[in-house]
Design a protein around this ligand. Structure first.
Ligand code: KG4
Ligand code: ZN
Length: 358
């Protein structure tokens, strides 16, 4: 009987708010990092006619969605606002008008109720998200030292976390990985966000039909660069069109186009593996790699990382799919990590920032 009884919540109950881009999200976690509720309200319909996120519309949608999103999260968690003991919200980076909505809400509630407050860096949220449990169990303790790969719509970055400090080993020089998936998909007539659709369609293509190269930075750094791959792929699309191939994937799925996006995806994932290999060969000792961000949902990337990690006996933690894209569970989770580290913010002092280093 004991096994079927609900576990008591561990203190403190943390409420997380995420509003850095086009998702309005609210989550409740207990002190053990169990996700009691994680609600994400997508604004896809509001932005779809424009083919991408319109910042002004996104801010207004956050304001409109917040009452129902927060009410749903509290109800799912089975708690009231009065039970919440710690408040957290994303501080940046992101769209400034969007960040201001969520951060101001968090600051106000924390100030009014006299609660500890955490203004969380969005990337720190992603970085620790692979340690969340997808089945609602306690989060795995975030190790003092590990390596993190964040692949999203705005960032492609490799980090070394050492005794709580985060060192950037490689980062985006131009387009982020998710962003090029979106841009290529948009050129092929797909609706926003194109990344997951391009990934799914690429499963049906032959990646060896097109040889797309893996870009390296000319200065020898391990930074990521996807704009060359984007240009190469766009050029191949033009060549297919000149040869009379239909390239609008929303109308038909011609095999040469599926082959091209399979080749594109292979080169995109290949660049990540290339950077990891180069780092290892350069003497970087990787024991545990935690992979996060929206593009960490990419099927090929997940498969290739699993093979690579097994080959090199590296402990791989891929973010659970439900916490790959933007969500507030990762924000509340980071607040818990910060609580343990004794890092807190003054709700009357912190401000949102569209660009902030990790
Ligand atoms: O982390 P996220 O939700 O937002 C940012 O912080 O950017 O990531 C969203 C990005 C979008 O560019 C989306 O197209 C991409 O992640 N994405 C994917 C896949 N699923 C989402 N990209 C490639 N393959 C996927 N399966
Ligand atoms: Zn994100």
């Amino acid at each position: 009987m004991l096994g079927s009884m609900p576990l008591p919540h561990r203190s403190p109950l943390v409420l997380g708010i995420e509003s850095s881009c086009d998702d309005t999200a609210c989550a409740v976690l207990d002190g053990a990092g169990r996700v009691l509720a994680s609600v994400v309200s997508s604004q896809l319909e509001a932005h779809r006619p424009f083919g991408g996120v319109v910042p002004e519309i996104a801010s207004r949608e956050h304001l409109r969605n917040w009452p129902s999103v927060s009410a749903e999260a509290l109800e799912l968690a089975g708690v009231g606002l009065a039970d919440i003991q710690v408040l957290s919200a994303t501080r940046g980076p992101g769209l400034i008008g969007c960040l201001l909505v969520g951060l101001s809400l968090g600051r106000s509630i924390a100030w009014a109720r006299g609660l500890p407050f955490h203004a969380v860096h969005h990337l720190e949220g992603h970085l620790y998200s692979p340690f969340l449990d997808s089945e609602g169990g306690p989060a795995m303790p975030v190790p003092e030292s590990f390596h993190g790969l964040v692949v999203s719509g705005g960032h492609t970055a490799l980090y070394r976390v050492e005794q709580g400090a985060t060192i950037t080993l490689a980062e985006t020089r131009d387009d982020a990985m998710g962003e090029v998936f979106d841009k290529i998909g948009k050129r092929l007539g797909l609706p926003y966000p194109q990344g997951p659709i391009v990934d799914e369609l690429a499963e049906r293509g032959d990646p060896s039909a097109f040889r797309l190269s893996i870009a390296r930075c000319s200065d020898g750094s391990n930074d990521f660069s996807y704009s060359g791959l984007k240009s190469q792929t766009l050029l191949e699309i033009e060549k297919l069109e000149a040869a009379g191939v239909a390239t609008d994937l929303s109308v038909e799925t011609a095999q040469p186009v599926l082959d091209l996006i399979a080749g594109f995806r292979a080169a995109a994932a290949g660049q990540v593996l290339d950077r990891l290999d180069r780092l290892r060969r350069g003497g970087e000792h990787i024991d545990l790699l935690a992979v996060s961000g929206g593009a960490a949902a990419n099927r090929l990337l997940r498969r290739e990382l699993a093979t690579w990690a097994a080959e090199h006996r590296i402990d791989l933690r891929l973010v659970p799919l439900r916490y790959a894209g933007d969500n507030a569970a990762m924000i509340a989770h980071t607040a818990l990590v910060r609580e343990r580290q004794g890092r807190r913010d003054d709700p009357l002092e912190v401000d949102a920032a569209s660009r902030i280093p990790l």
